[in-house]
Design a binder for this molecule. Structure first.
Ligand code: ASP
Length: 327
């Protein structure tokens, strides 16, 4: 008897809470939504986040706000999102760093495969090799020769261990057989300021951050890191055709939510994101920045989850072999 009453009470509570979750999800959003960006304002991840959230805000009438949580190549932000309330008001935009962190950090306070809900991939962005505008090398072949001959004098900027600028810079040095002095920043936004100001010499960074500067002549752009030349830079060689065969780094992006965020809200945010990516103003801005759209199959929670897991399998042995670690 007592058992039956307990069972009925439990079922009633379960049904009531199910009802409240689903009506909660139906009413969502009722307040501003935050998209956490793991790097400094003004850099590539920040710019991508701001372009998309501006369109989401315009379409839904609810502010979708960017919050920059900077530190440790994006891992500070990931840990913050892992511990955020799974109430549908916190989302996270991160790039390849979500897959490289498990190899780079011996003690990681989050598990990219189990601590998040997956929302969607976003766009791919090529990277470029850039140097300060007065760098003494006319083209990529001369740049490679110069770096090899003067490696001890060169400063290479990046956005910290776990950033794609660090990954690309590490692969570039390994391919050249050199050890440059690396200078970490909270994002490649501030690193770009240092490159323009001549405080650092070279950097590998997304087209989102480098195309405008190269066009303005404030930095020299030498090569792209994609396997083929890109549409927005038809005259710029790839590293692969410049004596570094198989060199390829493409930046992919994923949107995540804290584990336990209701599925209905994840799906609604996914739709908001896909609508933003179809917004002509977003397409125009992202195309100008060199971003490449991804197939619809990647714009799904499953598309991101499968991709992330395959990228972890790809990067972990590569990074371990290069012997890069942080505690
Ligand atoms: N481009 C940076 C990176 O290297 C991140 C950023 O500032 O957006 O990962």
């Amino acid at each position: 008897m007592l058992f039956r009453r307990t069972l009925i009470t439990t079922l009633t509570i379960a049904l009531a809470s199910f009802g409240s979750i689903s009506s909660f999800a139906q009413a969502w959003p009722t307040k501003p939504i935050t998209l956490v960006i793991p790097f400094a304002a003004g850099g590539p991840t920040d710019v991508l986040g701001r372009v998309i959230t501006a369109s989401m805000t315009k379409a839904t009438g609810y502010p979708v706000i960017v919050e920059n949580k900077v530190g440790a190549g994006g891992t500070v932000a990931a840990a913050y999102v892992k511990n955020a309330k799974p109430d549908g008001y916190t989302f996270f935009l991160q790039h390849n760093g979500m897959a490289t962190a498990p190899a780079l950090y011996r003690k990681l306070s989050f598990n990219p495969l189990t601590d998040f809900e997956y929302v969607s991939q976003v766009v791919d962005v090529p990277m470029t090799i850039v140097a300060r505008k007065d760098f003494p090398a006319g083209d990529i072949k001369e740049l490679i020769a110069y770096l090899k001959a003067n490696s001890t004098k060169i400063n290479l900027g990046n956005a910290g261990l776990g950033a794609v600028s660090q990954l690309c810079g590490m692969m570039f040095q390994k391919a050249l057989g050199v050890n440059l002095t690396t200078v970490p920043f909270g994002g490649t936004g501030p690193a770009m300021n240092a490159l323009v100001g001549g405080q650092i010499d070279v950097m590998c960074d997304q087209t989102t951050n480098t195309l405008g500067q190269a066009e303005a002549g404030t930095v020299k752009l030498y090569a792209v890191t994609t396997s083929k030349r890109i549409k927005s830079l038809p005259n710029t060689p790839t590293l692969a055709e410049s004596g570094l065969p198989n060199f390829e780094v493409v930046v992919w992006h994923g949107v995540y939510a804290p584990k336990g965020t209701p599925k209905e809200i994840v799906n609604k945010f996914n739709l908001m994101l896909r609508n933003a990516l179809k917004d002509p103003e977003v397409i125009k801005s992202l195309t100008k920045l060199g971003a490449i759209s991804v197939p619809d199959s990647k714009l799904t929670p499953a598309g991101l989850q499968t991709w992330l897991s395959s990228e972890i399998d790809r990067y972990v042995p590569m990074i371990r072999a290069a012997g890069q670690y942080a505690d």
